[in-house]
Every structure is written in C-alpha cells, then in structure tokens.
Write a protein that binds this ligand. Sequence first.
Ligand SMILES: NC(=O)c1ccc[n+]([C@@H]2O[C@H](COP(=O)([O-])OP(=O)(O)OC[C@H]3O[C@@H](n4cnc5c(N)ncnc54)[C@H](OP(=O)(O)O)[C@@H]3O)[C@@H](O)[C@H]2O)c1
Length: 332
Amino acid sequence: MSTLHVALLGFGTVGKGIYETIGKQQDHLRAVIGKEVKVSTIVVKDLGHHADYQGSAKLTTDMQEIIQDQKIDVVMEAIVGKQPAFDYLQQCIIQGKHVITANKEMFAAYGCALQKLAEKHHTKIAYEATTAGGIPIIATIQQLLQANHINNIQAILNGTSNFILTAMRTDHLSFDKALEKAQELGYAEADPTNDIDGHDAYFKAMILSELVFGRKPAPENIQVTGIRDISSDFLQSACPKRIKHLVTLARTDGDIICRIEPQALSETHPLFAVEGVDNAVHLQTDILGNLTLTGPGAGALPTASAMIEDLCTIVKEEQAVLPIEKALAPHY
Ligand SMILES: NC(=O)c1ccc[n+]([C@@H]2O[C@H](COP(=O)([O-])OP(=O)(O)OC[C@H]3O[C@@H](n4cnc5c(N)ncnc54)[C@H](OP(=O)(O)O)[C@@H]3O)[C@@H](O)[C@H]2O)c1
C-alpha cells in the first residue's frame, strides 16, 4: 500500500489535534483513501515549547525541511496570522504540494491569491476548518452552488461570543464575569479581542463572501460591532428574544453587504436556539430553499476532523482524475 506523506505547520491546539487524530484513525483512513497516512515533519516556532514531544515525526523550526522535501504530498497549516503563513503556503504550492489550512486570518486576506496559484501549479487548496470549525459549511456551499444561488447568509461564527452572551443571559453574569468563565473553560484566549470585537467573525464572513458571491463586500458595505458593550440587563430586557452576535451577508442591488453585530432574534428565528460555544449557518437559496447547519465551531478535534475530511477529499479527487489522465494519455 502506498503512503501519503503529510507535513504539519504548527503544533498547537489544532496541530496536535490533527497529529493525534491521524494516528488514531489510521485503519479508517486506509479504508477510505487506500493509503497509509504518515506525518513526517512538523514545523513550529520554538522547539523549547515542545521539550516533552515524543512523537515519531521530525520536529523542526526550518520551513525549508517541508518545502524542499519532494516526498511530502500535503501540507496542513495551523499557525497564526497572515505571515509567514502566506509565504510558506505559496512556496509549498510552487513545489507542487497540496495545502490545507485552518488559518482564517491568512485565508481571509489571501485566499483568492492562493487559489489562483494552486490552479496554476495544478495543486489543491482546502480550507474547511477556517470557517465554523467542524461544521462542513465550505463543502456544503460548494455542493449547493452547483445548482443554486445563495442570496443571504445569517450565521453565528464565533463560539466565544456566543458562549459569553449565553452565560450572561442564562446565569445573569456581567460581561466581565462571563468572559472570565469562558477563559477558565478554555473557550477564550488570554487576549480575547479577536473574538469579542468581531474580528474573528469578520475573517470568516470574508471567506464565505468570496466563496458564495465571488468577492468581498466593498469596505463601505461592511459593519462590524462586537459584544463588549452589552450588559446583562440589556440581554434580560430583550427576553423573550435572544441577543446573538449575528453575521449577515447578503446580495442587494448588485452590492454585497456584511453586518456583524448583536441582534435580537425571536423564537422562530433558525439561530435562536444556538447556544454556548456552538456555531450555526443559515443559508437562503433559490432552489433548495433554506438550510441551517449547527455544530461545534472550534476545538482541537472538530478542527482536525474538518482538515482530515479535506485531506481525504483531495486524495479522492486525485484518484478520480488519474485514471482519466491515463485513458487520455497517448498509447505507444
Ligand atoms: N483553536 C481552534 O479551535 C481553531 C479552530 C479553527 C481554526 N483555528 C486556526 O488554526 C490556527 C492555529 O490555531 P491554534 O489554536 O492551534 O493555535 P496555537 O495553539 O496558538 O498554535 C499555534 C502553533 O503555530 C506555531 N507557530 C506560530 N507561528 C509560527 C511560525 N512563524 N512558524 C512556525 N510555527 C509557528 C506555534 O509554534 P510553537 O508551538 O513553537 O509556539 C504553535 O505550534 C489559527 O490560525 C487559528 O485561527 C483554530
């Protein structure tokens, strides 16, 4: 049986989740893609953070060990921020490697450029884990768009904000206490700015906009308001409605608009019951009608699941193309 050689870029929450899941799911992966999956190299920023590492893959800080290794077929990227992730992935694609990313900030900025580069070099790029964690929203939208137009999206895309708003309403906590609770439970970072000010939801909204509408909204059509000014009294006064940090993306008169803001939802709204750290995406399509997907929006295992699904899709797409190429090749 042949081996698929994989490299990991980043070995934090997500990187470790991928590594452990690939290890545990070997038999399943063999059955699905007919290949052994081997993580051969992992790139991190500081080896000192990994003094207790005992795995079999080589741990290094030198990205060239991935880029120059001809054996590596797929690079799974889970580091933080636009750079150096963008440069690294460009170099991997130029070397003919497929890439899978969880890095929403980088992909929101450079997703189109990477997709064009991948097309040019006949490699694949997959980004399911960038948006709504374990919910297969990218694959679902790609599938739907073959027969439908999607005109409107409403979504809860940040689990931390949703957890804080839920805890403030149900446990009558102040914003600060609810944030503290989220941090204690590992749902919020020490610096929660990206989550509570709407930046994280904004990155995901831009990725969805490019996928669904082929472009981002013009800057004047984007409005982002976070949740840090919301009080527990305000949440109680909205009852029986619930305040949710809602992402709305819509096409109106040729423009795309994006609003990310706290909104009061009535009991009949499809996202009313989305509580705690869950995410959800509600799509309005012209042929299918409406569709709502709900599930875990973050975490090591949901994110690993999304990235390993991407891995299997890439391998299966390659396997489907190869016999056609063979059939089309001249016979001498
Ligand atoms: N956590 C989630 O639930 C989740 C869900 C969906 C998407 N994501 C996205 O996935 C990515 C990773 O998130 P995470 O939670 O796993 O982050 P994390 O726990 O902070 O881990 C980040 C990893 O990236 C490495 N790294 C950072 N800068 C690097 C550089 N310049 N070169 C090489 N390695 C570098 C770090 O190396 P050291 O270990 O040496 O410090 C660390 O291993 C982010 O882009 C995030 O937005 C996360």
